[in-house]
Design a protein around this ligand. Sequence first.
Ligand SMILES: Cc1cc2nc3c(=O)[nH]c(=O)nc-3n(C[C@H](O)[C@H](O)[C@H](O)COP(=O)(O)OP(=O)(O)OC[C@H]3O[C@@H](n4cnc5c(N)ncnc54)[C@H](O)[C@@H]3O)c2cc1C
Length: 344
Amino acid sequence: METTLIIVFAELDGTISPGALESVSAAQSLSQSGFAIGLIGESIQPALAQFIGCGASRFLAVTGPDFAQPRYATDSAAAEALIRVAGSTLVIAASTPRAQRVLPGVAHRLGGRADTHVTSLSAVDGQPSVTRWYYRQRMEGTFQRAQRPWLLLVEPGCSAACPSASDAPMPAVESLKVEVSSALQRTQVIGRQAPPADQQTIRPEADVLFVAGAGWTKKQADGQPHVADAERLILDFLRKSRASLGSSKSLVDISGEGQAVLSCLSHMNQIGQTGATPRHPKGLSTCCHGEEPHAVGWRFIRERRAINLDPNCGWARGKADVLYVADAFAVIEKVNALLAQHPS
Ligand SMILES: Cc1cc2nc3c(=O)[nH]c(=O)nc-3n(C[C@H](O)[C@H](O)[C@H](O)COP(=O)(O)OP(=O)(O)OC[C@H]3O[C@@H](n4cnc5c(N)ncnc54)[C@H](O)[C@@H]3O)c2cc1C
């Protein structure tokens, strides 16, 4: 019988990532005897409230100002203490940057194993079994391990978030004391630097994926390309909507052919068979034909819309929920004007 612990990091404002509630659903899918939740953060009360009624048999926490910062030394000490005290053989966490940085090292300390990019958990012959993608999500593998503790980082968006029962009483929490020596405090997080919204174009947590295709650089109705206009419109849309920017392969390849390109794009933005397969609730394709090698990268995008001048483009053949047969330059100009009137 496994002893399961879900590790949750509380953010600086006390909230948790949406993936933390999804990892509860992932743990429930093992249909074992139960699970504990271990919280780490300066203050865990707002986070704790979201787990009311989730079915956890035990709540443990490492709290205090020393654990506010996403710092390897203190985060790993806290996670190690939680796993030891809970006697966990199976440890589950949402795959956030903070957990990704820390938990493989904790597994090493405890003589266990860590697996990342986990997409589902199930019980096979009473043993936990894990599914993950390989090779840019083109191959799926299911496997088990004998080594314990087994630490699993579960990808966001793969399970439904566990609903909380706000009318239930606040659970009791066992507080663990973790010594924080001066050596553990050598690293101080003094701030956060993020590029402006129009420079950091890949945003895995964005609600919308905005895809730019090669049509943005092609000759338009007046016989001329309008690449500078295209770049202005796309960056303005990204700034206002905070969407994540994806691209077709043709568009990112164009730079190699010496043509005018959108400077905001690199191969990192490419979606498709030889690109990324992101997970966003919605996607909007613009000036992109929607050929199969591109559209296959949309397999996890739940609601798909496309803007294309060609009513017979690939999106029209069952790949998009809605196809707007229209000039994307005109549509995005109008959308940007509407977004300016209703800033979020
Ligand atoms: C092995 C292999 C792997 C591949 N992997 C990938 C991959 O990972 N990702 C990928 O994207 N592709 C991939 N491809 C390439 C893919 O097949 C297509 O060639 C590519 O996706 C086409 O890009 P596009 O739709 O942007 O360009 P185009 O095919 O040139 O389409 C441009 C579109 O823009 C439209 N358009 C032009 N002007 C406007 C306007 N003003 N308003 C609205 N619409 C307009 C046109 O009607 C046209 O449909 C792969 C191909 C192969 C063989």
